[in-house]
Design a binder for this molecule. Structure first.
Ligand code: CA
Length: 230
């Protein structure tokens, strides 16, 4: 066993069993729930590193469950399994706090790659001497995973944290949506969708809305740039 605990909530028993088997072979410790209510109970009484949630579930759907999980734990990683590959689904998933999504029917290897990428980022050891990143009054601690602005604590999901870290590491440089997709999600989003923009807007709301200055600027036709308002 690794010490990684996964909560899998999937009502299609065949898929759930196949995933359990595959994930167990990778030495992950997997708990399964076949409906959202049991998924919620398991989440409430255990400590998981990752939740894999189907969307259409009996008793409580994957979006609701993801919102519940996020309201209790900002650090846990959430992957949604979606049957429909539409932008609306992805956006609703991200709004419900998902870090990543995977479209059914999916290849197990693809799921594993996503899981490993998310876990790697979560457990990445920061380079020595660079555990705190600063932009103006915004301070990001890579060890404690805390972000503050003007001394006020800002609560970010794991994905928002990674996105902000990417922006800060590329301070004053315009980054394209493709750069963001490749570096923050490890995947090549269909660039016709606006998932990145939606996600950037979540981050903006958290780091700009209650503060006096903007940090992330849109460069029309090019992408985004994080810079200090001088
Ligand atoms: Ca289902």
């Amino acid at each position: 066993m690794t010490d990684i605990k996964i909560l899998l909530v999937e009502d299609e028993k065949k898929i759930a069993e196949t995933l359990r088997k595959g994930l167990s072979e990778q030495h992950y410790d997997v708990d399964i729930a076949y409906d959202g209510q049991v998924g919620k109970q398991l989440f409430d009484s255990n400590n998981y590193d990752l939740a894999i949630l189907d969307i259409n579930l009996p008793l409580m759907n994957g979006y609701e469950l993801s919102r519940h999980i996020r309201s209790r734990n900002e650090q846990i990683l959430v992957i949604m399994l979606t049957a429909m590959n539409t932008t609306e689904d992805k956006i609703e998933g991200f709004e419900a706090g998902a870090d990543d999504y995977i479209v059914k029917p999916f290849d197990f290897q693809e799921l594993l790659v996503r899981i490993r990428a998310l876990l790697k980022r979560l457990h990445q050891q920061p380079q020595q001497g660079s555990n705190v990143l600063k932009v103006g009054d915004l301070v990001m601690n890579l060890d404690s995973k805390e972000v503050t602005r003007e001394g006020k604590l800002i609560s970010l999901t794991a994905k928002e944290f990674q996105l902000l870290e990417y922006f800060i590491r590329n301070k004053n440089k315009v980054v394209s949506r493709i750069d963001i997709a490749m570096n923050v999600w490890d995947i090549d989003f269909d660039t016709k969708t606006n998932v990145i923009d939606v996600y950037v807007n979540f981050l903006r709301k958290k780091i700009e809305k209650d503060f006096s200055s903007k940090l992330i600027y849109t460069q029309v036709g090019m992408g985004y740039v994080l810079k200090e308002n001088s």
